[in-house]
Write a protein that binds this ligand. Structure first.
Ligand SMILES: *Cc1c(COP(=O)(O)O)cnc(C)c1O
Length: 485
């Protein structure tokens, strides 16, 4: 109910105005003038320069974690802290210990990098605080994100009117794809225990997590058998779907991988698309790791059938080397994506004035979000696509070269890399290979991670940071050579 104004005395009003003026003076602290801005900015930029200049020859992993405790020595106070001391805490507590994902020696998990141009995009996005959730509020920001999405759609062979969204990463992008597939097939809670998802033992774990978040933890997971190179077998999938249908289940969703995280292999996308089409499965391709390799001529044919999928995930913070916090999901049928995510609310009524085309908020679990498009756009504008393409091809060749050389050193190796991951282990027991990883971490110049393959402890080398070059690969080989009998 709307009420009229309270009946305040003249003195009360006066006191209130005094207080407002006093608070305004204090609030000014949050609006530094140009000189004060530069007093913040100059040491921060100098810090960034020093950080970048220390990468070559610096550590990719620091096992001494004592510095983390320094954070608690500098609690938030009522008064401002000194900028240099604050940056010193950042250095000691955050940027020294643990893994340095910006380092050229980061070859564990799936690396990325963090191109500098994107950091400037982030700076501008934060300063202007453009609203990229709703077209009405940020028509240019939304158009910029759409331009980035369209560029990615074209890369994977989707139509220009495909739906898409820039997400925080691959996990949320997979969630959006799965929720869209659930709604597109009109699955309801009563169906979930009969709905079948086909994936493999190499599917990224975020898919199962997304299914649970989507309320579908009870659905039937079918692990399609793999061939000798850890790729999903289309013939086996075909037989499984027949079996499930005969048993009264609902074959629903196929999740294939264009670049598995563990071994970097690409599922046979074209043959899988045939099976998916035959049986009316929603085909979702998780190309979070490998999708951007489509920029490289020699890999494009292997990835061409991404175009035949219904939805697809890319991770620009991996294959485009952008800073963490940039994923992407594409859905061929934009209406299906909107159907699964769009909502209306009375307080949003002005927002629909910008027309019927869906805003990012209509295609995403998020409403207000970081203006991610600017970091993508600025990096692609300021560098052009060519160096990204070159970096990816370089990683591809580095991985092949490493695969050969590590074999020469006496290691057992996994399949010749399809993309840029190489698996290898020293012949003998798990214990030695475990100690090998520990020794590499202790050395710290290069960071590699490990996995279990066929029940055995296995080392991985993943080349994807744009900063990783031949000399860093040589350093890893040198360390491996020094640690083996
Ligand atoms: C990294 C990865 C994910 C998860 O993406 P995040 O950006 O880490 O959330 C999903 N699938 C594959 C194949 C990946 O490599």
């Amino acid at each position: 109910m709307l009420e009229g104004p309270p009946n305040r005395s003249r003195t009360d009003r006066h006191r209130m105005l005094e207080r407002i003026r006093e608070l305004e003076r204090q609030a000014l602290e949050l609006e530094p003038d140009r000189g004060e801005r530069h007093a913040f900015r100059d040491p921060v930029l100098a810090y960034a320069d020093r950080f970048l200049e220390g990468l070559e020859g610096g550590k990719a992993y620091e096992g001494d974690l004592a510095g983390v405790d320094r954070l608690r020595d500098a609690p938030f106070g009522e008064e401002p802290a000194d900028v240099d001391e604050t940056l010193q805490v950042l250095r000691t507590a955050v940027d020294a210990p643990g893994l340095n994902p910006a380092a050229p020696g980061h070859m564990g998990y799936i690396p990325g990098g963090g191109v500098y141009a994107s950091s400037l995009g982030d700076h501008l996005a934060a300063v202007t605080n453009r609203y990229a959730g709703i077209r009405f509020a940020g028509p240019g920001a939304v158009a910029m994100e759409e331009m980035c999405v369209e560029w990615m759609a074209e890369l994977v062979g989707y139509p220009a009117d495909a739906g898409g969204d820039l997400t925080s990463g691959g996990s949320i992008a997979n969630l959006v794809g799965i929720v869209t597939a659930r709604e597109a097939r009109e699955l309801r809670a009563r169906d979930f225990h009969r709905a079948v998802v086909y994936l493999s033992g190499q599917t990224h774990h975020c898919v199962e997590k997304a299914l649970r978040i989507a309320g579908m933890g009870e659905c039937v997971l079918r692990r399609v058998p793999l061939d000798e190179r850890y790729r999903m077998r289309p013939d086996a999938l075909d037989a499984m779907v027949d079996e499930d249908r005969a048993a009264g289940r609902i074959p629903w969703l196929l999740i294939s991988s264009a670049g598995t995280t563990d071994v970097g292999t690409v599922d046979p996308l074209d043959a899988l698309a045939d099976v998916a089409e035959d049986h009316g499965l929603w085909h979702h391709v998780d190309a979070a790791y490998g999708g951007f390799f489509a920029l490289v001529d020699s890999v494009r044919p292997k990835l061409a059938a991404m175009a035949r999928s219904d939805s697809l995930v890319l991770d620009p913070h991996k294959g485009l080397f952008l800073p963490y916090g940039t994923g992407a999901v594409l859905v061929k049928d934009r209406a299906a994506m909107a159907q699964a995510h769009a909502y209306q609310a009375a307080y949003m009524q002005d927002a629909t004035r910008a027309g019927p085309a869906p805003s990012p908020a209509d295609l995403s679990p998020e409403l207000t979000r970081h203006f991610r498009g600017l970091r993508v756009w600025l990096a692609l504008q300021l560098h052009g696509v060519a160096p990204f393409r070159a970096c990816l091809e370089e990683k591809l060749l580095l991985a092949r070269w490493f695969h050969e050389r590590v074999g020469d050193l006496g290691f057992e190796t996994g399949p010749e890399p399809e993309l840029s991951v190489v698996t290898y282990r020293w012949p003998g027991g798990d214990a030695f290979n475990e100690s090998l990883v520990r020794a590499i971490h202790e050395d710290g110049r290069i960071f590699v991670s490990s996995t279990m393959l066929d029940g055995r402890f296995t080392l991985r080398m993943a080349a994807l940071t744009f900063r990783t070059h031949l000399r860093h690969m040589e350093t890893l080989l040198e360390i491996l050579d020094g640690q083996t009998p």
